[in-house]
Design a protein around this ligand. Structure first.
Ligand code: 5GP
Ligand code: MG
Length: 183
């Protein structure tokens, strides 16, 4: 795997974004909602960095895709979400690629009557956006490569890597061998 962002660089970028969020919501209470599962690592760091009174919740969005496959149907599960009616919501996700996932999640959340919804993402891929929306806060812009680590997965693995890496063809072969040995 090719490392794109070391642990220290990730921390610096996330801290900077946390400061921007603090300034944007100064004097207000925040409701932070993380999109499962990719945002868990970013959420754990962000909620400890942002010095504001906050409520923390989650929503789940899942679609079937891998490095080589196209995205399947998106399933949004809001059953676990806390009450956001009348609240200032900050939606947190791992990566903004085409933007379809985040915009669909935002659409769904509007059904619950929040006062406002803004979004923060760890990564934005260059030249991929297919929607008329951009996240309010972005920690890093990256080239169009399939990345894993710091919450991002390939077939539910590699989320625990403390750095961000790009998966290369040789890694996919190794992954396939490892997965087959488990069956
Ligand atoms: P979008 O709907 O913006 O095209 O895609 C967003 C979702 O696709 C992300 O939440 C993530 O689950 C997945 N995704 C997009 N690009 C990557 C990537 O490079 N690596 C990983 N692990 N997931 C990605
Ligand atoms: Mg995701």
């Amino acid at each position: 795997m090719k490392t794109l962002l070391e642990k220290e660089a990730l921390h610096a970028g996330v801290s900077k974004m946390a400061k921007q969020i603090e300034q944007a919501y100064e004097g207000r209470q925040l409701t932070i909602v993380g999109v499962l599962t990719g945002s868990v690592v970013l959420m754990a760091d962000m909620i400890r960095l942002i010095q504001l009174p906050m409520r923390v919740g989650v929503i789940q969005a899942s679609s079937y895709r891998g490095a080589t496959t196209e995205r399947g149907d998106l399933i949004i599960n809001s059953e676990l979400m806390i009450d956001i009616s009348g609240r200032d919501v900050l939606l947190v996700d791992d990566i903004f690629d085409t933007g379809r996932t985040l915009t669909r999640v935002i659409e769904k959340m509007h059904e619950f009557g929040p006062n406002s919804i803004r979004s923060a993402v760890l990564l934005q891929k260059e030249g991929r956006v297919e929607v008329d929306y951009i996240p309010d806060f972005t920690a890093f812009n990256i080239p169009d490569e399939f990345v894993v680590g710091y919450g991002l997965d390939y077939e539910d693995m590699y989320r625990n890597l403390p750095y961000l890496a790009a998966l290369e063809p040789a890694d996919l072969e190794k992954h396939a061998v490892l997965s087959n040995n488990q069956n």
